[in-house]
Every structure is written in structure tokens, then in C-alpha cells.
Design a protein around this ligand. Structure first.
Ligand SMILES: [Zn+2]
Length: 192
């Protein structure tokens, strides 16, 4: 039996995160028979209408709460529990996938989601304060690329020079992509 982990009620429908089998979690809008699968590292989203989007993901280990940070600095508390989080945000277009989500543990300290251990990571001097947690502690992370058919792809996209890299905050895990997005990011996109 599918189990509902988290639920947000809107006027027209309810949004749910549902555990399907032992491990798979899907995001569903209303009574849709099928949901959008939550991958371990990336967020999933469903566009509700021109004004609103629901974004969801898995909570990092030890995290008990989550808040989204909008481009104007406004912070929106996410629903969180049972290992997952979900929030309804203004539909601001393509940049909504990069809104920082700040996770905190029970003491209120930021928690960084883990990235795969084999991704190359080195610390870097960068004076920009993290938009999510306000600290200045950055790594440059280079994910591996993958060959799918005849196309090279990587988690943040792939450029002529190789996989796209990102600054990743050591404190809260916020990701800030470096340079222009040239390739197609291989992370799942769901456009409702
Ligand atoms: Zn941070």
C-alpha cells in the first residue's frame, strides 16, 4: 500500500509525497494515478499554474526542517517530515530550480545534503556570502560526466570544455553553478 509521507492542501487539490514501494517516493498533484519520482540528489517540481509551483525533495540525514530562499531574500518555510520536504512557491520561471533550500537540524544548525563521494571537490577562496546560510565557505565541485548514447551529460550540464562545475557551500550545501549553462542538465525535469 502506498503511504502518504507529507501533504499540502490547496483549494483545488492536495499535493502529496507518497512512498510507493520500499524506497521510491513520488510527488503527486490531486488524484493523478502516477507521480513524479524523487531522485536522491535533485528536487522534483510540478507547475500548478502560471503563478505557483510545488517543489519537493528528500531531507538530508539529520535535517528536521527546511526553508526556501526567494530571489528577494524572503524565506518560506517548507513542510518537512518522514525524510522529505515540500513547498509551494511563486512560479518565477526557469530559475526556480535554483532557489536555495536551507536545511536545519533539531538545534537549528544548517545541514548540507551529501553529494556523491566520488565527485571531485576542492576548497576555494570566494568572498561571496552564501545566499542561504550567509557563510563564506565554498568548494568547487566537478561531477563526473556520463555517456548516454552519443551524448555526454553531467548533473549540471556539459559544456565543450567538460562537465559544468558549481560552487557548493560547505555549511549548507547551496549550489551556485559556475559559468553559463551550455549543455542540457541531466537531472530530471518535470514540467507538469
Ligand atoms: Zn550556505
Amino acid at each position: 500500500m502506498p503511504a502518504i509521507l507529507l501533504e499540502i492542501r490547496l483549494d483545488e487539490a492536495r499535493l502529496t509525497l507518497v512512498r510507493e514501494s520500499g524506497v521510491d517516493v513520488t510527488l503527486r498533484f490531486g488524484d493523478e494515478p502516477r507521480g513524479s519520482l524523487l531522485e536522491a540528489e535533485w528536487r522534483q517540481e510540478i507547475i500548478i499554474d502560471d503563478d505557483r509551483v510545488v517543489i519537493a525533495g528528500r531531507l538530508p540525514q539529520c535535517a528536521t526542517s527546511a526553508e526556501a530562499v526567494l530571489p528577494n531574500g524572503q524565506r518560506v518555510a517548507c513542510a518537512a517530515g518522514s525524510g522529505v520536504w515540500m513547498v509551494v512557491l511563486p512560479n518565477t520561471g526557469r530559475d526556480r530550480q535554483t532557489h536555495p533550500i536551507l536545511f536545519r537540524d533539531g538545534d537549528g544548525e544548517p545541514v548540507a545534503p551529501a553529494l556523491p563521494a566520488h565527485w571531485e571537490r576542492r576548497s576555494v577562496d570566494r568572498l561571496t556570502a552564501c545566499p542561504a546560510c550567509g557563510r563564506t565557505a565554498w568548494d568547487v565541485v566537478t561531477p563526473p560526466s556520463q555517456l548516454i548514447g552519443s551524448t555526454r551529460t553531467a548533473p549540471w550540464g556539459y559544456a565543450a570544455t567538460g562537465p559544468n562545475r558549481a560552487y557548493v557551500c560547505r555549511v549548507c550545501g547551496h549550489q551556485d553553478m559556475i559559468g553559463a549553462v551550455l549543455g542540457n542538465p541531466s537531472r530530471p525535469h518535470h514540467s507538469g
